[in-house]
Write a protein that binds this ligand. Structure first.
Ligand SMILES: Cc1cc2nc3c(=O)[nH]c(=O)nc-3n(C[C@H](O)[C@H](O)[C@H](O)COP(=O)(O)OP(=O)(O)OC[C@H]3O[C@@H](n4cnc5c(N)ncnc54)[C@H](O)[C@@H]3O)c2cc1C
Length: 493
């Protein structure tokens, strides 16, 4: 045993023999007070454990409090039923297996879908409000305080033929939203943080997890820093890592998801991958480190009414689908090259709709009286866009889109005059890969065995998404498996 200050600038585990004294102690120590951490803390405390939360910043919330607030739930939640939507866990699982792949963990998807109704009820019992109103328009988020929306392309090609469409984006009620700053995510976090207060769970703010303390194979505590000074924290039963993604760790992004380099979005700077690296240093297994959520900075009402083409003037995705799916397709498959083309009538119709993202309604870069002129102005190869529009219009005359399956309600021949938006490079996103955990949120060693005393949830883990994404999957699996982590850690199993 020694009383000299341990090194804080390495991710290597700290042997317990080098910890001179413990500054703080609890049964379950939760690192990170965002969505996964808050749920872990509540469940661990309710299971009878003495819980302590360590949070790097000066307040609760993390990315979750800034989020749009979609929680992906279904299988027949009371909100779905009240609004007249049929859904079953099996139907939800069929959709998620198709939408979140390739390579999904089917056992995890089945587990999540089976527990989804109970999870909704748990959130409601904690005070999270969901208003019984459905928002059925294309959009990134409901513009008002509606509680339910399609948030993953369930009602668009190709999924509408794979599973019965059901909206599953459950959004906590919050009036006067301001996207990215004050939205549904705040009203998800606030009642949960209030629950933490009611349960008397202590929180150490400005306290940053730095290293894991180990006794042999077992994690028995953490080394943190506060205002530059080391703080040692003993965890009798377990540590829950809930520190978020690696979206803001440049080196990790360059290494694992290079297409996302330089374009982090929908994350916070504290998402620096620390939870992943600390567990890696103990031999933890990783999964789907190349997976990424990607937003396309476009207006969904305009997109649905127009055609989205790549750098060769070709369409590549049904424009009435989930905009995050368009983002992934653009960044990951089209070299981040995208143009949106629509006619004046459709543009005017789109601009007359209500939106939650007015900042995506900027003026078109090009306008032209005819298609050949537009194609030339955009610098596209001659006849590329013209051929695309000829095919589109030919089928649109009959209200169909056999090429990509856009629904008839959004299909109409493109007329003139025309407008085009330059969406090249208009994407950003966050990482979805991370620690491999079992369904009880135990962090798995590369051998496949759990690492004793170490649990994790949220975006430092690989959750539901293996590649594809739906809005609500992060707050969904973060809260769901955060609860599991809290319960398993409290049981010390
Ligand atoms: C604008 C925006 C909109 C979004 N919309 C949605 C949406 O509608 N639906 C959805 O599912 N997802 C959405 N997301 C993504 C979602 O918010 C995150 O992926 C999710 O919050 C991740 O949960 P988490 O618990 O892993 O991380 P967080 O909720 O960010 O919590 C992590 C916490 O850990 C803390 N922390 C980090 N490092 C340390 C450390 N070393 N020591 C101690 N504490 C530390 C952080 O400060 C933070 O408080 C959105 C995000 C943003 C920013």
């Amino acid at each position: 045993m020694t009383d000299s200050a341990p090194q804080t600038d390495t991710v290597r585990p700290l042997p317990v023999t080098e910890v001179g004294h413990w500054d703080l102690e609890a049964d379950v120590v939760v690192a990170g007070y965002g969505i996964a951490g808050v749920c872990a803390a509540i469940e661990a405390a309710r299971a009878g454990a003495r819980v302590l939360i360590l949070e790097r910043t000066g307040g609760w919330g993390g990315a979750a409090a800034l989020a749009g607030g979609f929680v992906y739930l279904g299988g027949g939640t009371p909100l779905q039923r009240a609004l007249g939507f049929d859904d079953t866990p099996e139907n939800m699982a069929t959709f998620l297996t198709a939408a979140l792949g390739p390579g999904v963990d089917e056992a995890r998807i089945a587990d999540y879908c089976a527990g989804s109704v109970e999870h909704y009820e748990w959130l409601v019992a904690c005070g999270v409000p969901f208003r019984e109103a459905f928002w059925g328009e294309p959009g990134w988020e409901p513009p008002h305080d509606e509680g339910l929306m399609y948030s993953g392309g369930e009602n668009a090609a190709p999924f509408l033929d794979i599973a019965k469409p059901a909206p599953r984006g459950h959004v906590p009620q919050y009036a006067d939203k301001k996207i990215g700053q004050r939205s549904g995510g705040y009203m998800l976090m606030k009642p949960l943080a209030d629950t933490v207060t009611e349960l008397g769970i202590p929180v150490e703010y400005d306290t940053r997890l730095r290293r894991l303390v180990v006794d042999g194979d077992r994690v028995v505590g953490v080394l943190a820093t506060r205002y530059g000074k080391p703080v040692t924290v003993r965890a009798e039963r377990g540590i829950v890592l809930a520190t978020g993604s690696f979206a803001y760790d440049t080196e990790m992004v360059d290494r694992y998801v290079p297409r996302l380099s330089g374009r982090p979005g929908a994350a916070i700077e504290e998402h620096d991958g620390i939870g992943i690296r600390l567990a890696q240093a103990l031999g933890a297994e990783l999964a789907h480190m190349d997976a990424a959520e990607v937003a396309l900075f476009g207006d969904p009402q305009m997109l649905a009414r127009g055609i989205l083409v790549n750098g060769r003037g070709q369409r590549y995705i049904a424009e009435d689908t989930y905009p995050g799916r368009m983002g992934q397709a653009t960044l990951l498959q089209q070299d981040n090259q995208a143009f949106l083309v629509l006619d004046e009538r459709s543009l005017e119709e789109a601009l007359a709709t209500v939106t939650s993202t007015p900042f995506f309604r900027f003026p078109p870069k090009w306008v032209a009286e005819d298609l050949a002129e537009l194609e030339a102005e955009m610098g596209l190869p001659e006849q590329s866009l013209q051929a695309t529009v000829a095919t589109y219009n030919r089928h649109a005359e009959h209200g169909a889109d056999p090429v990509l399956g856009k629904k008839p309600e959004w299909v109409r021949p493109l007329g003139t005059p025309l407008a085009a938006f330059d969406l090249r490079g208009f994407t950003a996103g966050f990482t979805l890969g991370g620690l491999r955990t079992d369904l009880d949120s135990r962090v798995l060693h590369v051998s496949g065995e759990p690492i004793p005393g170490l649990y994790a949830a949220g975006r430092c883990t690989s959750g539901l998404s293996a590649g594809g994404y739906v809005s609500g999957a992060s707050l969904g699996d973060g809260s769901f498996y955060g609860r599991r982590a809290g319960r398993t850690a409290a049981a010390g199993s």
